[in-house]
Design a binder for this molecule. Structure first.
Ligand SMILES: *Cc1c(COP(=O)(O)O)cnc(C)c1O
Length: 373
């Protein structure tokens, strides 16, 4: 059986007629930049997110940069970030001459809310919780902390679009809870286009205007530049693809969750594997299915020998990356992030996964632990 991490080819084959038609429309109109599909998509995304403003841009990293630019932070202001995460948030923080303050991971792979306060100083102005692998961070605790210390909250929602966050206020969509949410439509994300794409999300109309302006060279009126901006656009072709696929996002996420449930069921008997924690405060859209095991490297090799791919997200916590370290951090400073980096393994999960595939992968994993234990 042929197993891949993410089956983009099979998903395209299944949705081909609709997607081709949407793309053909753009090709015939030749409005490749700022065509009507861009607004149609952002309006549809806004409706999907219960009415929050959605501002499209070039990719998920730009979305984070533009979000930070819109908050008018000053050089050396501090931004709190998870230690265990993808590079994007730390990268744009440094680019804007802001200072990252890293916080260790919790059980659920997201920022450990119990450790945020000790990272706050008089210079801290913002926090970027990253909603890892498909479920939200503990937003109530984060919002309380933000209110207490007057911090902006930017949710990096590149991996959890469509997840619901449950609190006393009811269910809210991931990415619509903080001041700004950001997301990515990179081809392997839960809602994905055929290249790069991204968006910023906010409940605040003024902020939405400012985000759109920054993404468009700081102008509202052409050739009149009010603030410093960047060039970060979602192409019309990508918007046409996304508009078509957005209708299937809940179904995509359901398919991922079904595969995750089957993994849980098959792997729960293996004492040497820790299954992904599922938070009660969030639904899970399983961007990744991440197990932990002390035999991670040997398991990955065994799977590879059996032509089953797997990935390590993330192999080195950000504070220890040569590009971001401020020389302050010693080994052992982020115990959970360091432990996770040595133990996590992402198994194949995608919208075209079927029971036979999950069984095939789990049979191999069971066999590994039977023979190596
Ligand atoms: C994918 C991703 C990004 C960056 O998105 P791009 O569109 O590739 O720039 C940022 N943060 C997280 C957590 C991601 O997974």
């Amino acid at each position: 059986m042929k197993i891949v991490m993410v089956d983009l080819q099979a998903q395209y084959r299944r949705l081909r007629s609709e997607i081709d038609e949407a793309m053909q429309e753009v090709l015939h109109s030749a409005q490749f930049i700022r065509g009507p599909q861009v607004k149609e998509f952002s309006d549809a995304l806004s409706r999907y997110l219960h009415g929050a403003y959605a501002v499209p841009c070039g990719n998920g990293t730009d979305a984070l940069q533009i979000a930070l630019m819109a908050l008018d932070l000053q050089p050396d202001d501090e931004v709190i970030l998870p230690a265990f995460t993808y590079a994007a948030a730390a990268e744009v923080t440094h680019l804007l001459r802001l200072q990252p303050r890293f916080v260790d991971a919790g059980e659920d792979f997201n920022i450990d809310v119990a450790k945020i306060e000790e990272a706050v100083t008089s210079k801290t102005k913002a926090i970027i919780p990253v909603h890892h692998f498909g479920q939200t961070s503990k937003m109530d605790a984060i919002l309380n902390m933000a209110q207490k210390h007057n911090l902006f909250v930017i949710e990096d929602n590149a991996q959890s679009l469509g997840a619901d966050y449950f609190s006393a206020e009811g269910a809210r969509k991931a990415g619509t809870i903080g001041d700004i949410g950001t997301t990515s439509f990179f081809p392997t994300k839960n809602l994905a286009c055929f290249g790069d794409g991204g968006a910023m999300i906010t409940q605040n109309q003024e902020l939405a205007k400012k985000l759109a302006m920054i993404a468009n060279h700081g102008q509202q009126k052409k050739y009149y530049h009010e603030i410093i901006g960047v060039n970060s656009r979602l192409d019309t072709l990508q918007a046409a693809v996304l508009k078509t696929k957005l209708q299937y996002l809940d179904d995509f996420n359901h398919r991922r969750r079904t595969a995750a449930d089957q993994y849980d069921f098959r792997l729960k008997e293996i004492s040497e594997i820790k299954l992904p924690v599922r938070n009660a405060h969030s639904s899970h859209v399983f961007h990744q299915y991440v197990i932990q095991t002390e035999k991670r490297d040997a398991l990955q090799k065994f799977l590879a020998d059996n032509e089953i791919p797997s990935m390590i997200y993330y192999p080195l916590p950000l504070p220890f990356q040569p590009a971001y370290q401020n020389a302050r951090y010693k080994k052992g400073r982020f115990p959970r992030a360091e432990k996770l980096s040595a133990a996590v393994l992402s198994l194949p999960i995608h919208t075209e996964m079927n029971e036979a595939m999950v069984d095939y992968i789990c049979d191999a994993i069971v066999k590994f632990f039977k023979t190596k234990s």
